[in-house]
Design a protein around this ligand. Structure first.
Ligand code: ZN
Length: 541
């Protein structure tokens, strides 16, 4: 039994794993590489024969987990692609959009090449390839166990990341031996707003865990909600236009939900229109509305009170290009449009027409990657060239950090700490710094953890280390205390950082006092861990 890490080792995109059990070969996620060297990596020869793969299982719809499946089908794969029903539907929307963008990009580059006498550029896959790939999508329900290939069974549990997202429990069987793997996929925060809380899984031989924010903490939901409201209310008082660049799956629905809440509380009572300028956004929102029962308790309460969570008053969906342009003439409005990082999509023309205006507010509600227009704006560039025009940026820019659909370090460690036996953690889906920091944190919880290299293979064996019974008896005692200490340290770091920001509040003497008490607490925590380690070795021996 073999696990091979095909992608997302030391990086956050291109998620993919290959499982081999006897003659069965199954792929978990097959995502697009995005960012560094994406083109050569997406077009590189596949490290296996596509027609030798029995099935694919998807954790969730995001393209960095699903975006190369159409390429797999184009290359000869003919098995089923299993995913939860909402993931199947969101994937259809995202694949079609992806093929459309690839086509436009290839046409643009072909025109440039033609002038240089170079050959035309082919897209990675076409809209027809996507149509073909859609035939292989096979919906499954949460919590059912199903066979994906001989010797490989899977169960999807809610991951709390986006609608349809799943942690995968995978059982491999060969020659009477069984090994259990758990793939975290992308994990949501422990304290979710729209999605249900991530599942509580207690046993595995191997856990493949994401580490996007393995070294960072997010602001709390309440803090972010307050920040977002302050910005909107301020803009309303100034009778301004508010532009919100947003990913159209999940983040846009979250923003619509926050606006709906603000309206219900009487905070946004003026007659301000809300434009959701994205044809894809309409489709994504419809899918969220179709699967409302799969969302959080908070959302269920809103529905019970008669509120439609993603439909604030005066919301207008914009599909046509002309209609989109006409928003330029509206003086006061809230405009949501993709792409979330301003590297394309309709947000571009809204920015072009409004960034010069000091009364305009731009609210960033998601991560802005290096090299994107969004990142340049957030970092304070004041002169930009956009669509052939030079723009002097005078608009008021805001960043709301806490709307993330990802677990932060504290959430990841809490989820990891649920395991009552002693799995080996394989830490992927993060920049090297984040993955290493999370692996260290997991080791401090008393587990083994490793950050794999791209292509690394693991020969899987049933829990060879500690006997589960011995660990179980310790698990109850050890884990809660360690997590509590981890929380306390993180909280102290937060407080120190916050006090530092308010310069007058913290003298250098007080700062060093706080820092040394934090270090002392950390020393106590580490020495208690060593003691636990010694006790554990004693038990297993
Ligand atoms: Zn994701």
């Amino acid at each position: 039994m073999i696990l091979r890490v095909l992608g997302a080792a030391g990086e956050v995109t291109g998620s993919s794993y290959l499982l081999e059990v006897g003659k069965s070969r199954v792929i978990v996620d097959f995502g697009l590489h995005q960012g560094r060297h994406e083109e050569e990596r997406n077009t590189a020869p596949l490290p296996f024969a596509p027609n030798s793969i029995d099935a694919v299982v998807l954790t969730h719809a995001h393209l960095d987990h699903t975006g190369r499946v159409p390429l797999l089908v184009k290359s000869g794969f003919r098995g089923k692609v299993f995913a939860t029903s909402p993931t199947v539907e969101l994937t259809q929307v995202l694949w079609k959009d992806s093929a459309h963008i690839m086509k436009e990009e290839a046409e643009w580059r072909s025109r440039k090449n033609l002038r240089k006498g170079l050959p035309p550029v082919e897209p990675l896959y076409s809209e027809d390839d996507v149509e073909q790939a859609l035939q292989f999508l096979s919906p499954v329900s949460y919590d059912d166990i199903f066979e994906v290939a001989p010797g490989i069974k899977v169960r999807c549990r809610d991951a709390g990341h986006i609608l349809g997202s799943a942690n995968l429990e995978v059982w491999l069987q060969e020659n009477g031996e069984e090994v259990k793997l758990v793939f975290s996929g992308d994990l949501g925060p422990q304290d979710t707003v729209m999605e249900r809380n991530p599942a509580h899984i207690e046993s595995a031989d191997y856990v493949i865990i994401e580490s996007t924010y393995g070294d960072r903490l997010h602001k709390t939901n309440l803090e972010s909600r307050d920040e977002f409201r302050d910005v909107l209310l301020d803009a309303v008082r100034q009778k301004s236009k508010v532009l919100i660049p947003t990913f159209v799956v999940d983040r846009a629905q979250r923003v619509l939900y926050e606006i709906m809440l603000l309206q219900k509380e009487g905070g946004l009572d003026e007659k301000i229109p809300i434009f959701f300028d994205s044809p894809m956004g309409v489709k994504a929102t419809k899918i969220y509305e179709k699967y409302l029962p799969l969302l959080s308790r908070e959302i269920q309460e809103q529905i019970q009170q008669g509120n439609n969570p993603f439909s604030p008053d005066r919301l207008r969906y914009v599909s046509g290009v002309e209609e989109s342009r006409s928003i330029n003439d509206v003086r006061q409005a809230i405009v949501l449009a993709g792409s979330g990082m301003c590297n394309g999509g309709r947000i571009i023309h809204h920015l072009k027409h409004n960034l010069w205006d000091p009364t305009c507010h731009v609210v960033f509600v998601g991560y802005q990657a290096v090299g994107t227009l969004g990142r340049r704006l957030v970092e304070g560039e004041t002169y930009l060239k956009m669509a052939g025009e030079e723009i002097n940026v005078k608009a008021q820019l805001h960043t709301i950090n806490g709307f993330s659909a990802h677990a932060d370090r504290r959430d990841l460690l809490k989820w990891a700490g649920n395991f009552k036996n002693s799995p080996m953690f394989i830490v992927t889906h993060g920049e090297p710094k984040s993955s290493l920091a999370l692996a260290e944190g997991i080791k401090e919880l008393g587990y083994r953890a490793e950050v794999p290299a791209p292509g690394q293979e693991f020969r899987l064996e049933q829990g060879r280390d500690l006997a589960p019974a011995a660990v179980d008896s310790l698990g109850e005692i050890v884990h809660p205390r360690q997590i509590h200490q981890e929380d306390l340290l993180a909280e102290m770091a937060d407080i120190i950082a916050a006090l530092q920001e308010e310069e007058n509040l913290l003298s250098p003497e007080m700062f060093s006092l706080l820092e040394s008490s934090r270090t002392l607490l950390d020393v106590v925590r580490k020495s208690s861990l060593e003691e636990v380690g010694r006790t554990r070795q004693g038990v297993s021996a």
